[in-house]
Structures are given as structure tokens and as C-alpha cells.
Design a binder for this molecule. Sequence first.
Ligand SMILES: C[S@@+](CC[C@H](N)C(=O)[O-])C[C@H]1O[C@@H](n2cnc3c(N)ncnc32)[C@H](O)[C@@H]1O
Length: 216
Amino acid sequence: MDRISILCIYLDKCSTFADVACDHGYCAQYMLENNMCESAVISDISDKCLKKAETLLSEYIKKGVCRAVCCDGLEGVDGQTEQILIAGIGGEEIVKILKNAFIPKAFVFQPMKNAEVVREYLIENGCALTVDGIFTDGKNYYFIIKGKNCGGEQTYTKAELLYGRDSLKSPVFKNYLKEQIEKKRAYLMRDMTDEHRKRLEADVSFMQGVLNGEID
Ligand SMILES: C[S@@+](CC[C@H](N)C(=O)[O-])C[C@H]1O[C@@H](n2cnc3c(N)ncnc32)[C@H](O)[C@@H]1O
């Protein structure tokens, strides 16, 4: 299955939905076509990218159940939107978007890198992460973070923060970690400063500990 199809499985039925950084708009299309939402907002910082989604969803826009907005992050999105998806951009960028606006009531985030900064920010701000896992489309691995901005406290270990609480129990994650360890070991064959080598070796040792179930 491709990344978008897997991503859509994590989306819940809701009344209002926003696909932020939508580009093509396939996720909003899934929500509207399958009656998973009553109305949707599609937004993107790039007018050119947003145009693709506007073309794809023109029928829904005509009907008045889809609104397109060209904006940075959540700037043009109502804070009361029931469920918001931000996928396919970096974790640092997702956190920047949240800091500039608000944490959605219910969210699905799929950062392309630095997922740990997203987890950290959400947990620090009292969100409950209901899904904090990993999936693969057969080529690449993706972290998926779904939850609610409901207040409360969650205590995460270092490994949970780095990889996601649900990932640690997943066979997909074990394959991911094995690949990461292999990559780092191959990298260690190169010339580098002692300091860099020490850091890499510590990373590998930590990852191996997580893989062996010795660190949680
Ligand atoms: C790789 S596409 C991801 C599209 C889709 N969400 C997905 O998961 O396939 C990244 C999109 O994010 C948009 N983008 C990047 N930073 C953004 C921001 N701060 N606010 C809104 N859109 C942004 C880009 O213009 C681009 O269309």
C-alpha cells in the first residue's frame, strides 16, 4: 500500500476536517469521497501546490463543502476544526506551525523527519497520543502520531520519545532499527573525528539496546 492510503486509515470520521500542507489534496479527497467528513479545508503555503488540490476537489468546492486557503500552516484554519492532518513535511516545521497558531483538538501528524520534536512538543503541552507508531510503504518508513489536545500528562522514556511508544512493540520498527544500525555501522567505517566516532558508537549502542529490549 502506498503512504497516502495507509495515512488515510488513521483518519477518523468527523464533521470538519483540514488537510494542512495538502499539496495534491489526496487525503481531503479520501475524506470527502468516503463521507468521512461533512466539510474540509485544504491549505498550502504554495499557491501552485494548492491549485493541484483545488483542481482535484473542484466539485466539492463548487458544492461549498470544501474551502481552499493559501496560508502558512494553520493561519487560515479555524481552531475549532474537529480533526487536522499535517503530513509530508518535517517535524521541526510541524512544531513551528503549531507554535505559531494552536494545537488542534484532534490531530494526525506524519513528519518526514525529526518526529521526536513533534512528540516532545505535544507531550509537553498536555496532549494524549493515542497512536504513536511507525508504518512502511515497502520502501520507506514513516512515523505516525495521532492524538487529542485534551490536557493531562504522559511520561515518555527516551526510546519512546525518539521512536514512538507504539513503534517499540512493532515488527516494522525492528526492521527499521536494524536498517538504521546497519547504516550507522557502515558510516563508522569512514574517517571521522574521535568525537564524532564516539557519538555514533553511543547511538549504535543505544539502538542495539532498544532492539534487544534492554532499553525501553
Ligand atoms: C511533500 S508535500 C506533502 C503533501 C501531503 N500532505 C502528503 O503528505 O503527501 C509538502 C507540502 O507542504 C507544503 N508546505 C510546506 N511548509 C508549509 C507550511 N508552513 N504551511 C503550509 N504548507 C506548507 C508544501 O508547499 C508542499 O505542498
